[in-house]
Structures are given as structure tokens and as C-alpha cells.
Design a protein around this ligand. Structure first.
Ligand SMILES: Nc1ncnc2c1ncn2[C@@H]1O[C@H](COP(=O)(O)OP(=O)(O)OP(=O)(O)O)[C@@H](O)[C@H]1O
Ligand SMILES: [Mg+2]
Length: 313
């Protein structure tokens, strides 16, 4: 690959080490003097725990070149709906406000809203890639299939279409009410405008990711994670996203001794061989199994070395 891409999306099955790897990778970029943003989309605050400092919706400084932010989709969705409500209330008559409120309350609870809010905020932050931040590393949450959404924001376009249809129906009622109130100025509908703008933003995000992002799948040398990763990589390819080096986490180090560990290591080696075969032609990096959980900066630093090849992707 020519110039290194600024956006890195760390994906993978639950518990394989996404948070550990993304924190270590962001730290590695920062240690090289790259101004880096680490983005967590996990409501469980696991990145904050690992960094040992509270994170919120706005980026905070972690070290000299590292900032971190945690996206809380619930909070973003609430703020978004409230902003729309305020705007709309300013421009519509009191009679119409009730139908608008009903529409917004439905939309807030509807499927897809949280995902849309998450992508919206992510798009804001990713817009700073290459300017405000030289690198942005995104730790994708285990739930919500963030990576699938990132690969196919089109999924959400269908959802927005649904809201548009719902809104158009409600608008028929609005018009009737306006006519009854003697108000003939059928102004442009601010809710529909917002929905159209939202769809355009998602399409832009998808293009931006295809041009500027690399996905690094994380897996562990075991049967199911291998199968899942084969499927995920195929889906990412199909969506036009660039898959970079795969991170094979929790590889037992050669000096792990004892008969039990020797046997585990032999088993792992079979899976590592299989990974090499099934991902032939792709870059693979290994991260060793540490003797204890990675729970602080020291542990993160131990993981960092294995990730050095990713800095150049
Ligand atoms: N190389 C490693 N050596 C030892 N422990 C590790 C290693 N990688 C991850 N762990 C531990 O495994 C657990 C899961 O790791 P992590 O939280 O990074 O996974 P995740 O993929 O982000 O999980 P989730 O899907 O729940 O977000 C943590 O307790 C972490 O400390
Ligand atoms: Mg995690």
C-alpha cells in the first residue's frame, strides 16, 4: 500500500482483544509523534478503564500526542432528537408541533436510531482524519455490529427511507391542520430536510471510509474465531473496505513451559498454520498471550511491539 491510511478500524468477535489492540495501536502511533485519536464505541467504558481515566463525548488528552473519546449512542441520539425538535418548533405552528413531537418520539425509539446516532458522531470525528488528527483508531463495540454498519451504511439508508415515508404521511396531516388554521404557506418540511441530509452524510461516510480507512480484524487462534473472520473479511471486501493486517492475539509464547502448555501450544500451532493458509496473501501480525489480563499502561505497552507493522499500513 502506498501512503499510510489515517483511519484504522479494529474489528472482531466479542472478547478477542479489540479494546486492547486499539488502545495499544493508538499508543504506538502517538509514541511515534503522530497526533492520534482513539475512539471507543463501547458503552461498557472498557477503553476508559484501560487508560485509567474517564472518557466522555468530547476528546480529552491522554498523553502528548494521544486523545481519546467515547461515543455514547444513547446520549447522541437524545441530543440529536432534541436539536431537531428545537429547530422544528421554531418554524412550525403550535398545531403542527404535536404531530412533529409524535414523529420524533417514534423515531427516537425506533430501530436504527442508535446506530444512526453512532455513525453520525463517528462521521464528525472522522472528518478530522488527516487534519486535526494524523491517525484515528476506532475500537468497534461488540454489540450493534458497528463494523457491519461501517461497511454498509446503506443498511441505514433503508431505515431513513422508512422515516421519510412515515414523515410524509404525517405531513399530510400537517397540511390539513395548516389549512384549517388558514395557514397556506406550505414551507419546506424541516424534518424531511434533516432526513435527506442524514442520508447524504451516511453516503459521504461510506465513501470516506472506502478511501481513507483500513480495517484490522483481530482474532485468536481458535476454530470459531477463524471461521467468523473468514466471513467478516469476505463481507468487508465485498463492501469495498480495505482489509489490512490481521492481528492474531493471545499466541502462546515459546517459553510458556509445562506439559499442559506445550500441548496447548501444539494445538495453537495447528490453528496458526490454518490462519496462514486461509488468509494467504494477507499480512498477519501476532500478539503474545500475556500471563495476566491487560489492565493498565504497562500491559498495553507489552502488546504494542507486535503491532509495529500496522503503523505502516
Ligand atoms: N494478549 C493478551 N494477553 C492477555 N490478556 C489479554 C490479551 N488480549 C486481551 N486480553 C484480555 O482479554 C480480555 C478481553 O480483551 P478486550 O477487552 O481487549 O477484548 P474486546 O474484543 O475489546 O472485548 P469486547 O468484545 O467485549 O469489547 C481482557 O480482560 C484483556 O485484558
Ligand atoms: Mg472492547
Amino acid at each position: 500500500m502506498s501512503a499510510a491510511r489515517p483511519i484504522r478500524l479494529i474489528g472482531g468477535k466479542g472478547g478477542v482483544g479489540k479494546t486492547t489492540v486499539s488502545t495499544a495501536l493508538a499508543g504506538a502511533f502517538a509514541a511515534r509523534g503522530r497526533h492520534t485519536l482513539l475512539v471507543s464505541t463501547d458503552p461498557a467504558h472498557s477503553t476508559a478503564d484501560l487508560l485509567g481515566l474517564p472518557l466522555g463525548g468530547e476528546p480529552v488528552a491522554v498523553t502528548d500526542h494521544l486523545e481519546a473519546v467515547e461515543i455514547d449512542p444513547e446520549a447522541v441520539a437524545d441530543a440529536y432528537v432534541e436539536a431537531v425538535r428545537r429547530d422544528v418548533h421554531r418554524v412550525v405552528s403550535p398545531e403542527v408541533r404535536t404531530t412533529v413531537d409524535r414523529h420524533l418520539d417514534l423515531a427516537r425509539r425506533g430501530a436504527g436510531t442508535l446506530e444512526s446516532a453512532l455513525l453520525d458522531r463517528l462521521a464528525d470525528l472522522l472528518a478530522g482524519a488527516g487534519s486535526r488528527w494524523e491517525r484515528i483508531v476506532v475500537d468497534t463495540a461488540p454489540t450493534g455490529h458497528t463494523l457491519r454498519l461501517l461497511a454498509m451504511p446503506e443498511v441505514l439508508t433503508g431505515w431513513i427511507q422508512g422515516l421519510v415515508r412515515q414523515r410524509e404521511k404525517a405531513r399530510g396531516v400537517d397540511r390539513m391542520l395548516r389549512n384549517l388554521a388558514g395557514d397556506e404557506t406550505a414551507a419546506d418540511d424541516p424534518v424531511l430536510e434533516r432526513l435527506h441530509a442524514q442520508r447524504q452524510r451516511l453516503a459521504r461516510l461510506a465513501r470516506h471510509l472506502r478511501d481513507e480507512a483500513v480495517v484490522h480484524p483481530v482474532l485468536i487462534p481458535e476454530r470459531l474465531p477463524i471461521e467468523e473472520t473468514v466471513r467478516a473479511v469476505a463481507a468487508l471486501d465485498e463492501a469495498g473496505l480495505t482489509v489490512g493486517a490481521l492481528v492474531v492475539n493471545r499466541v502462546l509464547p515459546p517459553d510458556a513451559d509445562g506439559a499442559f502448555l506445550a500441548s496447548r501450544r501444539a494445538q495453537q500451532q495447528e490453528y496458526l498454520d490454518e490462519i496462514a493458509r486461509r488468509f494467504a496473501g494477507r499480512d498477519l501480525v501476532q500478539v503474545p498471550q500475556l500471563p495476566r489480563d491487560v489492565s493498565d499502561a504497562t500491559g498495553v505497552a507489552e502488546v504494542r511491539d507486535g503491532l509495529i507493522p500496522l503503523l505502516a499500513d
